[in-house]
Structure formats: structure tokens, C-alpha cells
Design a protein around this ligand. Sequence first.
Ligand SMILES: Cc1cc2nc3c(=O)[nH]c(=O)nc-3n(C[C@H](O)[C@H](O)[C@H](O)COP(=O)(O)OP(=O)(O)OC[C@H]3O[C@@H](n4cnc5c(N)ncnc54)[C@H](O)[C@@H]3O)c2cc1C
Length: 263
Amino acid sequence: MNIVVCVKYVPDATADRQFESDNTVDRVGVDGLLSELDEYAVEQSLQIKEKREGEEVTVTALCVGPAEAEAAVRKSLQMGADAGVHVIDDAIAGSDAIATSLVLAKAIEKIGQPDLIVCGMASTDAGMSVVPAMLAERLGLPQVTFASVVETQGDQVRIKRDGDTATEVVGGTLPLVLSVTDQTGEARYPSFKGIMAAKKKTVDTYSLGDLGVDAGSVGLSVAWTEVAETSARPPRTAGEIVTDESGSGAAALAEFLAAKKFI
Ligand SMILES: Cc1cc2nc3c(=O)[nH]c(=O)nc-3n(C[C@H](O)[C@H](O)[C@H](O)COP(=O)(O)OP(=O)(O)OC[C@H]3O[C@@H](n4cnc5c(N)ncnc54)[C@H](O)[C@@H]3O)c2cc1C
């Protein structure tokens, strides 16, 4: 069984994040890491492998991103993925979800015959939650998305999908695209053994040319949507203290909330 898990390299949410002058996110000049939400995708891929005892299962971590993005693949390997693929090409910078899904789909086709493609529920930087569905469409595969619980048996996959008012159980037959949420269970930390083992694992590097993707079909200049403006969030201001002077506190509080249109 071949599992491909899509892992995105994102700016560290706890670090100081910057935008470039063209309103794309600075992915090179800031600390980055494997998207926390994609750690759940790696974890579920590894759990599926572990539950399929006696079956040959390969988990390949796939990332599209700049040179630094290899760190996302390396972390996946340290967690237990068997192999890594990093698609790197200057022309990809600034790509929208449509172009990103094109490159991912072509890379998956080159990896060959995937039974299961596992994604996170969203990236932690752009958070569009559309790449898994676009991948399914491009690969002509069914999709089961936003899984909070994943079970596989033979070629059958069953997931639980929690909505606001109901939980659905959705089934599908492999090969398919799966996306998992942060409710699927803690992602493992790389062990010392895992970190050492990862050093011996290979990461294949593909360019757009290797994938047969025309450089003119990706990148910011052909993005279907444009981020028109970005601005840093204003610094936090000190809170307002409402003093309760002889029972006037509740009224003052209500006045404050009404002024801010909370009530
Ligand atoms: C500052 C900023 C500016 C942007 N400007 C534009 C713009 O002008 N026009 C525009 O259309 N878009 C823009 N984007 C969106 C950006 O291009 C997205 O990163 C891209 O569209 C992919 O969507 P997503 O990250 O939201 O993926 P999602 O759909 O949220 O990701 C879901 C899952 O898909 C997989 N995945 C996604 N990306 C990758 C990857 N690179 N490698 C491996 N797996 C992956 C992961 O498993 C992930 O959990 C901008 C984003 C930012 C932060």
C-alpha cells in the first residue's frame, strides 16, 4: 500500500511573521516548520501503516516549497515516514491553491500508484482548506475530508466527520484522498531513534521540469485571486477597567458592551 502524505512548510505562528512587498508571505526570511495541522496527517498515515501488520505499506511525505521547506519533509521522516519528496522550483513562489494542487498532483503521479493521499484539514498560514478537494479532482479520485476518526480495512475507508449539528460517517473505497482534523489524536514526537533513522532516509527533489509542469501555469502572475493588501495587526492596547462604585458596575459594563456593539 502506498500512502502519500502532503506536508506544508509554514511560518512559525509563534515567530514574527512578515509579508513580502507583493503581499505574499515571507517563507524564507522567517522561522518555519511543518504545519502543526499536517502533523496529524503524518500521525494518521503512520497509524494506518502500523495497523496493517504483515502488509507492505510505504508512507511518503510530499512537500511543495522553497529550499527551507525540506525541514517539513525531514520532520515527517523523523516521525516515521519512509521516504520524502520535495518539489522545489523558483517559478512556484506565490502560487495559489489551484497551482499548488497542480504541482502536488503531478508529484503524486510521479511517485506512482498511490492508494491513499492524506492531507491536513488546512494549512496554518493560508488556511484555505481547498487543496485536498482540488487534488481529488485533479487525480480523478474520491475524497473523504475533515475526518475526526479514521478507520481502514482492506480497500475500505470509513471516517467520522463532525459538523455543528451532526456527526456523519462517510465511507469510500481506495484509492482516495483523505483529510484529517486535529481531533484525530495527538501527533507523536520524533524519538531519538526516529531522528537517527531519518538521517538515512532519502528525500527526492523534483523541479517543475521533472514533473512536466509548464512554469507559466504556476506562480503569482497566474494566480486566480490576489491578496490586495496586508497590514500588521495593531499592537494590543491596555484594557478598560470598569470600577463598581456603589452598584453602578453592571450598568457601566452594559454601556461598554453596547458601545462596542457586543450587545
Ligand atoms: C500572505 C499570503 C498571500 C497569499 N496570496 C495569495 C494570492 O495573491 N492569491 C492566491 O490565490 N493565494 C494566495 N495565498 C494562498 C497561498 O497561495 C496558499 O498557500 C495556497 O493557495 C495553498 O492553499 P492553503 O495553504 O490554504 O492550503 P489548504 O487547502 O488550507 O491546505 C490543506 C492541506 O493541503 C496540503 N498542502 C497545501 N499546500 C501544500 C504544500 N505547499 N505542500 C504540501 N502540502 C500542501 C496540506 O496537507 C494541507 O494541510 C496567499 C497566502 C498567504 C499566506
